[in-house]
Design a protein around this ligand. Structure first.
Ligand SMILES: Cc1cc2nc3c(=O)[nH]c(=O)nc-3n(C[C@H](O)[C@H](O)[C@H](O)COP(=O)(O)OP(=O)(O)OC[C@H]3O[C@@H](n4cnc5c(N)ncnc54)[C@H](O)[C@@H]3O)c2cc1C
Length: 351
């Protein structure tokens, strides 16, 4: 039932020939200014979640994840957010209700399915990229160490080179790993017998409830390509690392030989997502796949790399279905031939 005042407004409106004189709707749909258009677009995009307008960072809708994974595969994420700061992250986690939230680093150990990801994907790759200058201390008569506070969005390769500038040793073997520090902490990334875990002193994260939490290294269980936190979910925003003072020349030499070795052994010029399988105890997944005769084997446009059998490469327009079928095929054939069941290392996201 309309009130008297509304009825009057409606009657006046009907008799006023507003279509010519009152083009408010048209103006709202097609704003004249760039800012107006941006605001309108933002409104359309954030309709299901009005709180998204509070986000200071960037919000994109139906963003194709293939643009954010190193293997160049992956359907759309409903919402893709590049937060600006911790407050943005807290807004997301506190307001999301039942909507799932996924964290993304550089997407270098990730396979996103073709139908994409329902819910919200947060990427820290445009923020959380600062490194606080090291704080040195004399740990013992002979040993000088330094702690470094590093944003989760910092690339591991950059971090290793940054540490080398201060003659800090420990993580030089990780210089060729293309992921972010956040991803490295989650995956306990490692190379040539070095893992990130033992250098981590604490990790700061925004929990699934939107609280800022600082965890000591003892509270996180690091194991081979895995870390277990006291509770699930949330997003790592920073970690504190402790490194020893070393010899700058030796550190640089190690990094250079490590990088050279990688480019000779890994298919770095073709889209891939790093090692597909974990190495079984005392063996290598690559060796097992190669001796099962699968080097070069392809399904669709996804193929086992000729250069390194533990890498699957995207030879053109491979999709996630091809990769998953190839993974299943490799597991079956390797188990038949060697009795070893290969365990997947890459993370599969989406549905
Ligand atoms: C050519 C190549 C070589 C590689 N070599 C190595 C190697 O030698 N050793 C090795 O260990 N790995 C290697 N990798 C794999 C990969 O680089 C590492 O696992 C890396 O640590 C993943 O980091 P990312 O930022 O890309 O994480 P993503 O791939 O984006 O994500 C991996 C997982 O971490 C989670 N995650 C990412 N960031 C955060 C965050 N801030 N908070 C919470 N969760 C997060 C994601 O949800 C996902 O579960 C290689 C990959 C490539 C493409």
């Amino acid at each position: 039932m309309l009130s008297e005042s509304w009825k009057r407004k409606l009657i006046n409106f009907t008799h006023s020939g507003v279509e010519q004189r009152f083009p408010l709707r048209t103006r709202l749909e097609l704003p004249k200014t760039v800012l107006g258009r941006k605001l309108r677009l933002r409104k359309i995009m954030t309709d299901p979640f009005p709180w998204l307008t509070k986000i200071k960072g960037e919000v994109q809708r139906d963003e194709l994840m293939m643009a954010h994974t190193s293997i160049r595969i992956g359907g759309p994420a409903d919402f893709f957010i590049l937060p600006k700061d911790v407050q943005d992250l807290q807004t997301i986690y506190r307001q999301r209700g039942e909507t799932p939230v996924h964290a993304l680093g550089e997407g270098t150990n990730l396979l996103v399915k073709d139908k994409g990801i329902r819910g919200i994907v947060i990427s820290l790759k445009d923020s959380f990229r600062s490194i606080h200058p090291p704080t040195f201390k004399q740990s013992s008569a002979k040993k000088e160490t330094a702690t470094l506070r590093v944003g989760a969005g910092v690339k591991l390769s950059y971090l290793a080179k940054y540490a080398a500038r201060y003659s800090l040793t420990g993580i030089e073997n990780l210089v060729g790993i293309p992921g972010s520090l956040g991803g490295a902490v989650i995956m306990n990334a490692g190379a040539e017998g070095t893992e990130i875990g033992p250098f981590v002193r604490s990790v700061t994260r925004v929990t699934a409830m939107g609280e800022v939490e600082v965890l000591t290294a003892e509270e996180i269980k690091f194991s081979y390509r895995k870390s277990v936190f006291p509770s699930e979910g949330g997003i790592v925003v920073e970690a504190e690392l402790e490194l020893e003072k070393g010899d700058m020349e030796i550190i640089h030499k190690t990094m250079n030989s490590h990088l050279a070795q990688r480019s000779s052994k890994q298919p770095l010029t073709v889209p891939n997502s790093g090692s597909i399988f974990k190495n079984p105890p005392n063996d290598s997944a690559g060796r097992l796949i190669e001796s099962a005769g699968l080097k070069g084997y392809s399904i669709g446009q996804a193929g086992v790399s000729i250069k390194h059998a533990n890498f699957i490469v995207n030879k053109g327009d491979a999709n996630a279905e091809d990769v998953l079928a190839l993974i299943a095929h490799i597991q079956t054939v390797v188990e038949e031939k060697s009795g070893v069941k290969l365990e997947r290392e890459i993370v599969v996201m989406g549905g």
